[in-house]
Ligand binder design. Structure first.
Ligand code: B12
Length: 254
């Protein structure tokens, strides 16, 4: 088994797609044991351990960016795959998110101070009339983990609020979530509002939520539709010109 941490070696057994095994192995290859420990504890939601190990790694001289990439994000990549493949469910993802947050509490201020550029700025919100936010929050957590600067507008977001936020933060990507068939049309109305203001050009719009489909997304003029948080990250990366192995469709890659 390739890694120092026995638990992490076991986690690899959940990854079946060959290109993903290669990708994840690549993330950990050549990295130090403390990164494997960090990733393993993040995957399993041990936020006290992630807190302790992140601090220890910083004290030992590891860079904030290396801890983020080699420990936290690498661990979160496995969480995403386990979630997509139904090995874990929402509660486990939320505890992993809490663990990620524990590590990010040390990392974020350092990165902010060092001026490392985020890979893109995204506005995310659940549309008007809709109070569901668990899926949106998972997407945001994964997007932040992937290096995006995400502004969360919360739930029940009116078209004008999306417009104001996109303008204020000069965001290139807008993500909308809807869980109710009655609120899904508010995504289309928001896109129309951007068009009416002459702000649609140059903005990439992605949509998601359990009742949505690619067809619905196409009909209302969205640029991308994602079925889960992994796809959300893949779409956002594509929008900013980054292609990842995760983008390879499952049926062509197995
Ligand atoms: C939890 C829940 C609630 C909670 C919400 C808590 C919260 N903070 O979110 C509460 C109790 C508040 C609630 C209220 C209601 N709910 Co409710 N709720 C659910 C439930 C059980 C789970 C939703 C969920 O969190 N799923 C888990 C997450 C992880 O999945 P997800 O949201 O789909 O997100 C993933 C993807 O869709 C995607 N994604 C999501 N957003 C985005 C965005 C982008 C850009 C991209 C790319 C991807 C993406 O990635 C996510 C992660 O993988 C669903 C049933 C179900 N199984 O879906 C009903 C459900 C959505 N609710 C329903 C209803 C009817 C209601 C109420 C109207 C009930 C009532 N009579 O009051 C109210 C409406 C309140 C309102 N105005 O919004 C119905 C909707 C039916 C319909 N066809 O419209 C459902 C389907 C239940 C049912 N079978 O009847 N609900």
């Amino acid at each position: 088994m390739p890694f120092h941490n026995e638990g992490l070696n076991k986690e690899m057994e959940y990854i079946s797609r060959p290109f993903e095994v290669k990708h994840i192995t690549g993330l950990f290859e050549g990295t130090d044991p403390i990164m494997h420990d960090l990733a393993y504890n993040l995957i399993n939601g041990n936020h006290h351990e992630v807190d302790r190990l992140t601090k220890q790694a910083l004290d030992e001289g590891y860079g904030a960016n290396d801890i983020l990439d080699d420990g936290l994000i690498a661990g979160m990549a496995i969480v995403g795959i386990k979630f997509r493949d139904n090995f874990i469910f929402v509660p486990e993802v939320l505890v992993a998110a809490r663990a990620m947050k524990a590590g990010m509490a040390y990392i974020e201020p350092i990165l902010a101070a060092s001026g490392i550029e985020p890979i893109g700025t995204i506005i995310m919100g659940t549309v008007k009339g809709d109070l569901h936010d668990i899926g949106k929050n998972l997407c945001i957590m994964m997007l932040r983990g992937a290096g995006f600067n995400v502004h969360d507008l919360g739930v029940d977001t009116k078209p004008q609020e999306f417009i104001d936020a996109v303008m204020e933060h000069e965001a290139g990507v807008l993500g909308m979530s809807a869980l109710l068939t009655t609120t899904m049309p508010n995504m289309g109305k928001t896109i129309e509002a951007f068009e009416e203001m002459g702000l649609r050009e140059g903005l990439k719009v992605m949509v998601g939520g359990a009742p949505l489909s690619q067809e619905f997304a196409d009909d209302m003029g969205a640029d991308g539709y994602g079925e889960n948080a992994i796809e959300c990250v893949d779409i956002a990366k594509r929008f900013v010109g980054i292609e990842e192995p995760e983008s390879v469709p499952a049926e062509t890659s197995d």
